[in-house]
Design a protein around this ligand. Structure first.
Ligand code: NI
Length: 172
């Protein structure tokens, strides 16, 4: 594990923040910019949060050496996208609630519970640290495709209300 307060980690996080900002995403893992370090960025806009009390908007947060443990056996499906798979979306089942431990870039330990969209972004980004893409987690490839096609299919096959399940922003 890198020293989370080392200058090269601060440089890495600055570079990741710039990439995430340019891409308009809500999460990024260091391997996505070619750096093999266990560092992730996550954020959750209010528009994407669920109603779970352990979910909610999250300002851009950097986590070093994040580890998660599922809490309970609840699972939830949702659409995900990824900077590493541009223009595509797929439906992925994730743990609904997880315990997360990590260290901040200031060296402060984190030990908290996240649910809903927070938990989804976290699981997506930690997977990147282990070389796992959301595609590897998919079971129903009829729920995978280009964003525009999925939105069109959704309009044909489902009530308009379900359009809310197609996110505006990508989970990176
Ligand atoms: Ni991704």
């Amino acid at each position: 594990m890198p020293d989370p307060t080392a200058p090269h980690v601060a440089d890495l996080i600055r570079e990741m923040e710039a990439s995430l900002y340019d891409a308009g995403g809500i999460g990024l893992a260091a391997p996505q910019i070619g750096v093999s370090q266990r560092v992730i960025l996550i954020s959750v806009p209010a528009s994407r949060m669920t109603e779970d009390p352990d979910d909610g908007p999250l300002a851009l947060t950097a986590l070093v050496n994040p580890e998660l443990t599922p809490i309970g056996d609840g699972r939830a499906t949702g659409m995900e996208g990824c900077l590493s798979i541009p223009g595509m979306r797929g439906e992925v089942e994730r743990w609904s609630r997880v315990r997360i431990t990590a260290v901040t870039p200031e060296g402060r330990p984190v030990d908290t519970v996240m649910a809903g969209m927070r938990a989804r972004v976290l699981q997506h980004e930690i997977d990147h640290l282990d070389g796992i893409l959301y595609l590897d987690r998919m079971t129903d490839f009829t729920r995978f495709g280009y964003v525009e096609e999925l939105i069109e299919a959704d309009m044909r096959e489902r009530p308009p209300r379900s359009l809310e399940t197609i996110p505006e922003e990508q989970v990176r």
